[in-house]
Design a protein around this ligand. Structure first.
Ligand SMILES: Cc1cc2nc3c(=O)[nH]c(=O)nc-3n(C[C@H](O)[C@H](O)[C@H](O)COP(=O)(O)OP(=O)(O)OC[C@H]3O[C@@H](n4cnc5c(N)ncnc54)[C@H](O)[C@@H]3O)c2cc1C
Length: 490
């Protein structure tokens, strides 16, 4: 029997990886040293791009049923509203941010896996591993203390910020811990003027305070409380302190009660340079951590998993052998990680700015630019992660005719009445083209890599070859598509 892929960590990223590989019929084991999944709300937002990718797994509906839609957020200073950002992006079936506690996200993924007979092996810890040419030799510790040594052809480190896999590879987690201290409160709030489908961002002179809706009456409050030199200290907030922060920074009689979770946190901005070494891969917080501003952390990690899983499945099932396929994971996702780190860092810097003059300049500029529709759209596209693209990837062939549709490297927006590209039990590319004899020949020759039939064209003059994760590989003539598929097959 084929040795299973070993997924270390059953947070949202490991669970996404497991769900994707299981869908493709790849044997897996997924272990987690914790006795149970998180009971904390941690990452609260699923963005439209994540919901689109989850569509391929067929589980987006269950998440939407369990969550709450947020359509935008308003930034306010003491003198009034500065601007509004809409999450109601065009060209997606999910024009909203889905507010859902991370505990629920993990529960739904576990249910999804359980329906396929896959259980997370709990209280099983990766102690150490030795990479080799065929994978890695790994040692696990079971709940009874027993140690198990096994060989896995692929070791996937989805084991969070303190990743044992990253440490085992000796990879530096380059970056810094920011000096600002934050408090987090998952509480019930009464008398909130903000509509329950909106985020409220308050840029007060003392610091930022943000309210995120979680479920009716329940909100996440986060606030920065200034800088300290001791980056190891963790502030433990009380409900009274949170109430005082709300009264000062978001006046209007809001009353906080029934805390579900009170915590202090600090922001780390760190990333590895390479997301893989041989047959060992890193994904999620194991590879990148950043400010929760913008709510991109978990989504970025889940999209790492969506990016890697189809490539790995093609290689494991022997359908593709292109030398560029697996290395493209690190190239594509590291570039996204850099972008997310930079954007989250900018948002945090803006929110934590101190000093009357600097805050005045910030507020003035923000109120001007946030009124420009093109800027609003750009921010919305970045936050919803619909703008993610891989133009510089070795899997992207640039050029070709693309005046009427997305260019190579860009996301192919879903089209009404068509199933999502990439849905189904095997990773398959789609071709959007007229069904000419040349195109029919490609389908006959590359049946293992392609959907059964072409999809309707965008433009009859060109074919769009789209990857199983919905990004355009190339736009061109059938000969160019054929050459691409030949290379991919190896
Ligand atoms: C307060 C807070 C608010 C946040 N808000 C947002 C938000 O709004 N939006 C957003 O996108 N992100 C947010 N994040 C970030 C988000 O929670 C993380 O990005 C996400 O949890 C990362 O998922 P992961 O699966 O990579 O890692 P984790 O969730 O950390 O999971 C890693 C798992 O690996 C297991 N593990 C570790 N070592 C081993 C080992 N040696 N052997 C076996 N198992 C191991 C751990 O037990 C854990 O279950 C927030 C985080 C915090 C703390």
């Amino acid at each position: 029997m084929t040795e299973p892929v070993l997924i270390v960590g059953a947070g949202p990223v490991g669970l996404t990886m497991a769900a994707e590989l299981a869908r493709y019929g790849v044997p897996i084991r997924i272990i987690d040293r914790a006795a149970a999944r998180t009971d904390k709300s941690k990452a609260l937002v699923l963005w439209p791009r994540s919901l689109e990718l989850m569509d391929r797994l067929g589980c987006t509906g269950a998440f939407i049923a369990a969550g709450m839609r947020a359509t935008g957020g308003t930034i306010r200073a003491e003198k009034g509203a500065i601007g509004h950002v809409s999450f109601a992006a065009e060209g997606t079936a999910y024009p909203f941010a889905l507010m859902i506690p991370q505990s629920e996200t993990e529960r739904l993924f576990e249910d999804h896996l359980a329906a396929q007979g896959i259980q997370v092996e709990r209280q099983v810890e990766l102690l150490r591993f030795t990479p080799d040419a065929d994978g890695a030799q790994a040692t696990l510790r079971h709940p009874d203390g027993r140690e198990e040594t096994l060989h896995t052809p692929w070791l996937l480190g989805c084991d969070g910020a303190h990743s044992a896999v990253r440490r085992g590879l000796g990879m530096a987690f380059e970056g810094e811990t920011l000096p600002s201290e934050w408090v987090l409160a998952d509480v019930h709030l009464a008398n909130v003027a903000t509509p329950p489908d909106e985020l409220a961002i308050h840029w007060h002179a003392d610091g930022a305070l943000v309210l995120f809706p979680i479920s009716p009456g329940r909100w996440r409050v986060i606030a920065d409380i200034g800088e300290t030199d001791d980056t190891t200290a963790r502030h433990e907030p009380t409900l009274a302190e949170v109430q005082a922060l709300i009264d000062r920074r978001a006046p209007g009689g809001i009353v906080a009660s029934d805390p579900v979770w009170l915590s202090g946190f600090r922001i780390n901005e760190r990333k590895v340079r390479d997301y893989s070494a041989g047959r060992v891969f890193l994904a999620g917080d194991a590879a990148h951590i950043h400010s929760p501003a913008g709510g991109q952390g978990m989504n970025t990690g889940m999209q790492d998993a969506f990016n890697l899983a189809w490539k790995l499945a093609l290689v494991i099932t022997g359908k593709a052998a292109a030398p560029a396929l697996l290395p493209s994971y690190s190239i594509e996702r590291s570039a996204v990680g850099d972008m997310v780190l930079a954007n989250a860092g900018r948002m945090t810097a803006a929110a934590t700015l101190r000093g009357d003059i600097r805050q005045g300049v910030r507020n003035f500029i923000a109120s001007l630019v946030l009124q420009v529709p093109a800027v609003q759209r750009k921010i919305g596209q970045a936050m919803t992660e619909l703008a993610i693209a891989y133009p510089a990837s070795p899997l992207t062939v640039s050029g070709g005719a693309h005046t009427s549709g997305p260019a190579a490297g860009e996301r192919m927006p879903p089209r009404a009445g068509e199933p999502p590209i990439g849905a189904g039990p095997a990773p398959r590319f789609a071709i959007l083209a007229e069904n000419t004899p040349d195109i029919a020949t490609l389908f006959a020759r590359h049946a293992a890599l392609l959907e059964a039939t072409p999809r309707p064209p965008i433009n009859p003059k060109a074919a769009w070859l789209v990857r199983p994760d919905g990004y355009v590989a190339l736009v061109g003539e059938s000969a160019a598509v054929g050459a691409y598929l030949e290379r991919l097959g190896g």
